[in-house]
Design a protein around this ligand. Sequence first.
Ligand SMILES: O=C(O)C(=O)C[C@]1(C(=O)O)C=C[C@@H](O)C=C1
Length: 426
Amino acid sequence: MQTLTPPGSNSLNYLNRARPSLIRVAPTRLVVKCGYGFESASFSQGFGSSRADWQSSCAILSSKVISQKEDSPAGENNIAAVNGHKTAVTDLNLVHIKVDENNKPVLPKPLTISDLSPAPMHGSQLRVAYQGVPGAYSEAAAGKAYPKGEAIPCDQFEVAFQAVELWIADRAVLPVENSLGGSIHRNYDLLLRHRLHIVGEVQLPVHHCLLALPGVRKEYLKRVISHPQALAQCEHSLTKLGLNAAREAVDDTAGAAEFVAANNLRDTAAIASARAAELYGLQVLADGIQDDPNNVTRFVMLAREPIIPRTDRPFKTSIVFAHGKGTSTLFKVLSAFAFRNISLTKIESRPHRNCPIRVVDDESEGTAKHFEYMFYIDFEASMAEVRAQNALAEVQEFTSFLRVLGSYPMDMTPWNPSSSCPQEIN
Ligand SMILES: O=C(O)C(=O)C[C@]1(C(=O)O)C=C[C@@H](O)C=C1
């Protein structure tokens, strides 16, 4: 788990200074959701609501104590049960002291600074939502991102977002792009629709295996099932293996393995991890069947609160924006970064759901229709850097909507490519 120390004074100044300047307002309501002070509502709301929750829990607890006392039969005032704990009542109006099994008082410990950190909120273990079932690559990514976390499987990406929003989980770890298959568009759309912040990224080498029930030979196979990304990442290898099998997409790789095992399918193989083979009792028919040995998927770590951007290690910032009224918006936006020597690591466009088509009157040609897009950009700089702040201030001038999805440490861990070509086991 990543623990970031409090920000330096520069970033704090930045938070305070930038807050009003980059808020973007739609006709009637605030639409921009930016961490890092771009929208104060979310930043303070998270802490505010949890504190309110905590205060109301205290109020409920104390009202229970009082009603317990009032309900207690005469003569039993010295020991009361409060929420299942035996409590010695030393003074009717004052403090209830818990006692242990030897009737010794157990005094509450004072809160420390770590109790006040925003997460984890429930005990010391972070609950990390991922899409898929155990054995999915997303589970491995969740483990890489939060080694001490408790991985919580979710059946859909959207559920993982909601699990964090509803405090059922503390973080979500979700794939956004793969070196072979490209972007996972669904998660780009969901990032915009939900109000979570990107607080980190992990890159996971993805090493696929062809799995089948024990004793099944590849000649028997009529079907290969897996996540669409995994099928795309193994397209050429499957052809090279000479399989005469239809390919079918399912929700996740490990789910495919589980399905083959649970239904005792002797004509179906799954593309999944070696861990999925172990978990669901399948044999590995071919190992390392991804088309490129350097196959890597990039995952983002999402939280309810943003982290404070820093400058003491490489940071990346992700933004999303919509066109402004003027011309050459994209060119101007890219220039804002280029002039400041800020490298872009990713650019993605998605259709604008709320206004998908723009109608333009053209006197000579009649009416033209253009798709409207949302643009997602990742750039290599921290929002604590002045050059990044200035670039975004400029971007804001050309765009009708701008949101910072997160400013977070880059995953710099090198990965070892898996062996260079698929290995058939049988
Ligand atoms: O199906 C899984 O195991 C997943 O974790 C999903 C997913 C993806 O969505 O891209 C993750 C990594 C691999 O690229 C293949 C599939």
